[in-house]
Design a protein around this ligand. Sequence first.
Ligand SMILES: [Fe+2]
Length: 401
Amino acid sequence: MSLNRTLTDEERLARLDLDQLRQLVGLVEYDDSADPFPVSGWDALVWVAGNALQTAHFLQSALGMELVAYTGPETGNRDHHGYVLRSGAARFVVTGAYSPSSELADHHRRHGDGVRDVALTVPDVDRCVAHARAQGATVLEEPHDLSDEHGTVRLAAIATYGETRHTLVDRSRYTGSYLPGYVARTSSHVKRPGAPRRLFQAVDHVVGNVELGAMDTWVGFYNRVMGFTNMAEFIGDDIATDYSALMSKVVANGNHRVKFPLNEPAVGTKRSQIDEYLEYHGGPGVQHVALATDDIVGAVDAMVAEGVEFLPTPDSYYEDPELRARIGEVRVPVAELQRRGILVDRDEDGYLLQIFTRPTGDRPTVFFELIERHGSLGFGKGNFKALFEAIEREQERRGNS
Ligand SMILES: [Fe+2]
């Protein structure tokens, strides 16, 4: 069986089909029979939060996610709370220390709110771990089973950049709401009248920030250990601004569901935004999570109504005749994009619409992107300069330039 023509359980549950996924996240056909580390897709993004209860509320009210499962002292978990939230095929798990001696409390002190674990669905956990070990990866958790009355999940974990990990999950023999130890729970949060049913359908990509000189090491890690291939490359001048620059390369799994851009700071006359991230996060980590939507205008409006702040885009961006000519015809009138600060990029395959939130925690670290793809499999290369100039203005306001 080849995985490429198969929907994940999460996608099936979300009533997505292959055509929609080709458009939403750039899913491609892929024969994984010779892949030593086949990855089917995202399992979950597992967050650590200083207040998981309130972060779970934010994800429901501001991002329109739905609560589906819970762990905590009432279910026998004396260490932490965990809230599992869904939007389409996307699953977020927000964890926060309950016990002062929880390891999560230390993790949060070091890194603040952020993504600790980019968990991936794999058809064969043991095979992946054997290959990863042979390629020199650090195995954090050996393959093991977790079971309850809903069946058995097989799990393992390997280390990636900073203190980020990839838990590898095979839940094909499990019917429970998330993992043993979690119980099903539904939202008490009620959406506003007229709010979209959901604001995004899937995770598109997760970006990692790493130290100067480490980007190629991690690209090599994903190539060698996980069989990911290089998708696109942005180096130096492409995304340099007058003051600071970064370098970025993108790796993807075989079917392109999982895409990891990796950024490193480049030397500029001012401190790079990546340096600021590394300082406040306490080393490498997840910079942003891009959420695939089929209605970016509706999603932005709903999020703004709930108080989410997006990075502003200068009017000059929309008024630039060169840019107008390059963009060509897009689904949404440019005036509507301008009103919301939504960016447009076009390449030989099509175009995409995208917008970035401000950091969503206390530290100037992790943030969200909304992305609406129309054929383009890019990441907004043409917008990097416009975007980074906007980020740098924010950095200046925080006094970290
Ligand atoms: Fe992105």
